[in-house]
Design a protein around this ligand. Structure first.
Ligand SMILES: Nc1ncnc2c1ncn2[C@@H]1O[C@H](COP(=O)(O)OP(=O)(O)OP(=O)(O)O)[C@@H](O)[C@H]1O
Ligand SMILES: [Mg+2]
Length: 536
């Protein structure tokens, strides 16, 4: 029989329960975020520790604390009068039928509290070895070794977010989750890789010259690299599958709209852009950029304010310096463009990484991600409608998940209203497209969008506004707040939402040789553990 680490002494359904630590349990061995099981008479209540405190049976004891020498007195007090308590928030309960249900009742007085065991974790979070391949090991609960799994199928049903301040491991975790999705083929991914960290290799902090494998390296046949900077891709050891070029004629005013705050574009400059478009259609940008000295006449010609045109010209002129934009003026519609190529890969179930190489300015990232995503989304609407019309299962589009870093730049309240990413986040994958947003400043993201995120993976955040932001739309948020505040600064996250049965704190899975092996051979963590045991 397992030893109880405490008993429930008070509490309520709304505010959580108070456990008295069993005598002899060192409070320093218990951490917030720890995963515990309360044995009620008919249910087991799975809970997280949200707070710890010290208590005494009588306040007078505190007036005369025992000195160091008074060992006997100390011992007596410890037995009876001084103790530690932990605040527990039950997140889920299991009845006799072992079906997890939301917590609607409380255990009786003096219910015993145990550490959750392997069976509990597997029962609640699913088992990686399940033949449906929908469970993906993402880490272990604090001080435990049994993996907590994300339900990948549920993950792809909504848009999701990975949050945490800089250096907490967001990119590593995102790569880990993407690897799971790719390996188990639960969604096709389109990844906008601003810092070239997903494709071929990525630097690991710590040891000098230490690198980890990228997704293309792990899954050469399932990942294609589309590069804006082929030289940079080659320098990192591989030819890109496709070199991206985009004609000016493909840039629409809506694409420029996404740059409004980044380029500090005034609304009147955008109005001017619409005026140019009204006259020149697809040639609007090439016409504007070719004006040079002639701006004043040009403004008059289209009936726009000269200063607005001048501002627009000045700000968009930098596009000319970017080698991947081409001027295909006068040429017929480019028949086989980059977007079509990308869709061909996606239709085959091949994941696409868009590498920016040395083009790491935010405005480029925003512009390219918007241009590509808007077109892909449009095609997905067509595909979905075709499928709804034919109801032929072969026409069903493949689920597409789009990963963006620095998400607040795409989804701040202003951008979220106007740009494609806001639309995708809000329409809840009606058209088979969802987002995986990675961000260090969640408070910058539109609230409505935050509240619609299905699964949140949250690493340490210090800013109060950010903590509040990630907890938008979550009931019992106050309990989670203290857990968030006490996360380690690296490789520890709170998981909550649609793809996990209950909120839980995990130590993230290591992205290392063992992980590569698991991805390559399809063996589960448990099998690897057993192999290692056999070997040594
Ligand atoms: N799961 C993991 N396995 C191995 N190492 C990890 C893991 N998570 C984080 N690390 C280590 O932490 C470092 C920082 O992680 P990462 O680059 O993912 O942080 P980040 O949150 O994306 O930071 P930024 O906001 O600056 O982009 C990595 O270089 C790596 O050394
Ligand atoms: Mg990062």
């Amino acid at each position: 029989m397992k030893k109880a680490i405490g008993t429930i002494i008070s509490g309520s359904l709304a505010d959580g329960l108070i456990m008295r630590l069993a005598p002899g349990t060192d409070p320093e061995s218990i951490k917030t975020g720890k995963f515990l099981c309360i044995a009620g008479s008919q249910h087991r209540f799975f809970s997280l520790i949200t707070d710890l405190s010290l208590a005494v049976t009588h306040p007078d004891i505190l007036l005369f604390p025992p000195s160091k020498e008074e060992a006997l007195l100390s011992e007596l007090l410890e037995k009876k009068d001084i103790y530690a308590t932990a605040a527990l928030k039950p997140m889920l309960m299991l009845g006799k039928d072992l079906q997890p249900v939301p917590v609607k009742t409380i255990p009786p007085h003096f219910a015993q509290v145990y550490e959750a065991d392997h069976k509990d974790v597997a029962l609640i979070f699913g088992d990686e070895a399940d033949p449906s391949k929908k469970y993906f090991n993402i880490g272990v609960p604090l001080d435990m070794t049994t993996p907590v799994c994300l339900n990948l199928e549920r993950l792809t049903e909504r848009s999701n977010g990975i949050f945490g301040k800089t250096g907490t491991g967001k990119t590593f975790l995102t790569r880990l989750i993407l690897a799971g999705l790719i390996k188990n083929e639960k969604a096709v991914n389109l990844i906008f890789d601003m810092h070239s960290e997903y494709g071929l290799q990525a630097r690991k902090e710590g040891k000098e010259h230490s690198f980890v494998k990228g997704l293309k390296t792990l899954f050469p046949d399932k990942v294609a690299i589309f590069s804006l900077d082929p030289d940079s891709t080659r320098r990192r050891g591989s030819n890109p599958d496709v070199v991206i070029t985009i004609p000016y004629q493909s840039i629409q005013v809506e694409d420029v709209l996404s740059l409004q705050s980044e380029l500090n574009l005034h609304a009147t400059a955008l109005e001017a852009a619409y005026l140019i478009f009204a006259k020149y259609k697809r040639e609007w940008l090439s016409t504007l950029l070719s004006q040079g000295e002639n701006l004043k006449n040009f403004a008059q010609d289209i009936g726009a304010h000269p200063e607005s045109i001048a501002a627009l010209y000045r700000k968009l002129k930098r596009i000319e310096r970017l080698p991947f934009f081409t001027n295909a003026s006068g040429a017929a519609q480019q028949d086989h463009n980059v977007i079509d190529q990308m869709l061909e890969y996606i239709d085959k179930g091949i994941n696409v990484i868009v590498e920016f190489g040395n083009h790491t300015q935010t405005f480029i990232y925003l512009l390219i991600a918007n241009i590509i995503t808007r077109r892909i989304h449009k095609k997905y609407i067509e595909k979905t409608e075709r499928f709804l019309g034919s109801q032929n299962i072969q026409d069903e589009p493949k689920k597409l998940m789009i990963t963006i870093e620095e998400a607040h730049k795409f989804l701040n309240p202003q951008a979220a209203r106007q740009t494609i990413f806001g639309i995708i986040a809000r329409e809840m994958r009606k058209y088979y497209v969802s987002l995986l947003i990675v961000d260090q400043r969640p408070s910058g993201i539109d609230e409505e969008i935050l509240s619609q995120i299905g699964t949140k993976v949250v690493a340490q955040l210090n800013d109060e506004k950010d903590i509040q932001g990630v907890l938008t739309g979550i009931s019992n948020a106050s309990n989670l707040r203290s857990i968030l505040a006490s996360l380690d600064s690296k490789k520890q996250v709170l998981l909550l939402g649609h793809a996990v049965t209950m909120p839980v704190v995990v130590q993230t899975r290591e992205y290392d040789e063992t992980f590569y092996r698991a991805m390559a051979d399809g063996v589960t963590t448990k099998q690897i553990d057993e192999l290692v045991k056999e070997l040594f």
